[in-house]
Design a binder for this molecule. Structure first.
Ligand SMILES: Cc1cc2nc3c(=O)[nH]c(=O)nc-3n(C[C@H](O)[C@H](O)[C@H](O)COP(=O)(O)O)c2cc1C
Length: 174
């Protein structure tokens, strides 16, 4: 798929076929796409936490729902969640966002479904999550949570709603 097609083909996926495991090879490729994203002054302060563990995923989902004040699974049962956080500073959100978009496009290119899930900023400051990440030597006080990327194979009967591009969003000054 050309980049032009890829950018248009990428859509948020919220229905997964959990009977197919996502290989480490694909996860690594997606993380690599994030690692190669641009960062301000090439600071490369973006950190990626790949969560495969069912228990940790369930804690994350619970915490995310509590923050959102919704009762459903905010990760839609996705087999993989990647928390994207960036070293605190003026560029954290911009840097993390570039990485996330690279990952969403990479996932699409590899035939996986993906979606950006919000509330990572609050999520990584919740003591339960902080403690889990500290075990992996991540001091979340040094980071700003930017987003969670959920990944998995899209469900075969997944519905992709039509996307209308709103008009008048481009100005050309000649
Ligand atoms: C900053 C940001 C936060 C988002 N947070 C969520 C979220 O918490 N849950 C969700 O289901 N989708 C979330 N999305 C996905 C958007 O809802 C989705 O991109 C939008 O509806 C357009 O659909 P598309 O991705 O299929 O083009 C988020 C997207 C962005 C860019």
């Amino acid at each position: 798929m050309s980049f032009d097609q890829l950018a248009k083909f990428r859509r948020s996926c919220r229905q997964f076929d959990t009977s197919i495991q996502v290989s480490d090879e694909l996860i690594n490729k997606i993380v690599e796409a994030g690692l190669h994203a641009p960062t301000a002054k090439n600071n490369q302060g973006v950190h990626f936490v790949v969560v495969k563990d069912k228990y940790v995923k369930s804690v994350l989902a619970k915490v995310n729902s509590q923050i959102a004040e919704y009762k459903f699974d905010m990760f839609y049962g996705a087999p993989i969640v990647i928390i994207v956080m960036a070293k605190k500073g003026p560029y954290a959100v911009y840097d993390g966002s570039c990485a996330i978009e690279n990952m969403l496009l990479s996932a699409t290119d590899l035939g996986l479904g993906s979606c950006w899930i919000h509330r990572a900023k609050e999520e990584i400051m919740v003591p339960e999550i902080k403690q889990i990440l500290e075990k992996y030597n991540i001091n979340t006080s040094d980071y700003e949570g930017v987003g969670n990327v959920i990944l998995g194979y899209p469900a075969k009967d997944r519905k992709v709603p039509e996307k209308k591009i709103l008009p008048n969003r481009v100005t050309v000054i000649e």
